[in-house]
Write a protein that binds this ligand. Structure first.
Ligand code: HMG
Ligand code: MG
Length: 286
């Protein structure tokens, strides 16, 4: 029976490619986004406006944004950790921007070079500018269950960050199992704490598949009422500051799971297979 709609936010062009050692051609990135657009996504995260010293793969963000063909009905998003990133994202025509914080101090330092408290202060002007420009602001919390440097993360730490990002004005907060080591039990406990702060309708699940338990973690998230899931076509991904992180969960598997469970996604499964094959061909290790 029909159980309602789930939105898949496509991550391959950003989270998928950001960790690739070989620089992928700008034209190939554009082709990937165009193939994904054709699948019928509501939302695609295209790129990041971050320091090219930190993430060289995303240095061509303006060119990628300028080159893609925009499908009506798809929102094209980009990461923007500071005002410089926000201004560039805005100039590129991004429909949505995302800020990214961490539930663990060590990961915050390694990923964005500041403490959690400092990161919230840096995001404040970005949040204000997005409000003034009527650009939807998404928030990420990394390491919601496990940190590559600190191990298990307390559910309350994730809940605290969710509250802070929500107070900043994020319309949705994506919960990242950044290194893909979360168990369904840990995810459930984390969601318990987070749902004490915020409604499931304002949350998204962002699972990496290192321990091959991402689909189970997604099932737990669905049980808890989450209806937005991040996934990466072809299972591309990882994080340059999360050593050992495997790819994001593959959109092909997520879409199949959702269909099996009776949810609609609006995504054309055949076209998705083709986009995923192209995504995999861009891998250095393909
Ligand atoms: P910083 O070094 O502390 O700050 O970096 P800074 O302001 O001193 O800037 C350093 C250099 O970057 C300067 O250049 C700036 O001009 C430049 P230099 O003078 O050295 O030549 N710069 C920029 N250039 C372009 N665009 C910008 C920008 N800002 C500064 N927006 C900063 C702080 C946040 C900028 C840096 O740490 C950074 O860019 N980090 C990016 C980290 C990143 O992208 N990580 C991956 C995404 S997060 C993720 O994958 C997790 C997620 O998927 C969820 C999950 O799985 O958990 C979302
Ligand atoms: Mg990620």
């Amino acid at each position: 029976q029909e159980r309602g709609h789930v939105t898949i936010v496509e991550m391959a062009p950003r989270d998928g490619l950001q960790n690739e050692a070989r620089l992928v051609d700008t034209d190939d990135k554009i082709r990937l986004v165009d193939l994904l657009s054709d699948c019928g996504y509501e939302r695609i995260e295209v790129t990041s406006f971050v320091s090219p010293r930190w993430v060289p793969q995303m240095a061509d963000a303006p060119a990628v944004m300028a080159g893609i063909q925009r499908r009506q009905g798809t929102r094209y998003a980009a990461l923007a950790p500071n005002m410089r990133g926000f201004e560039a994202a805005l100039a590129s025509g991004a429909d949505e921007v995302a800020i990214f914080a961490s539930a663990s101090e060590s990961f915050s330092q390694k990923n964005i070079n500041c403490s959690i408290a400092e990161s919230i202060e840096r995001f404040r002007p970005v949040a204000e500018a997005s409000r003034n420009n009527r650009i939807p602001l998404r928030g990420y919390v990394s390491c919601v269950v496990e940190c590559p440097y600190e191990g298990a993360v307390a559910p309350q730490a994730a809940a605290r960050l969710v509250r802070l990002l929500s107070d900043l004005g994020c319309y949705e907060i994506s919960l990242g199992d950044t290194i893909g080591r979360g168990t369904p039990e840990a995810v459930d406990a984390m969601l318990d704490a987070v749902l004490g702060e915020i409604a499931a309708t304002k949350l998204a699940g962002h699972f990496h598949d290192t321990s091959r338990r991402a689909l189970e973690n997604i099932a737990v998230s669905l049980e808890r009422g989450i209806r937005v899931l991040d996934a990466s076509a072809g299972g591309l991904g990882g994080c340059p500051y999360a050593l050992g992180a495997a790819g994001n969960v593959d959109t092909v598997s997520v879409n199949a799971l959702l269909e099996k469970k009776g949810f609609s996604t609006g995504i054309d499964a055949e076209k998705l297979e083709r986009a995923a094959a192209f995504a995999r061909s861009l891998r250095s290790t393909a």
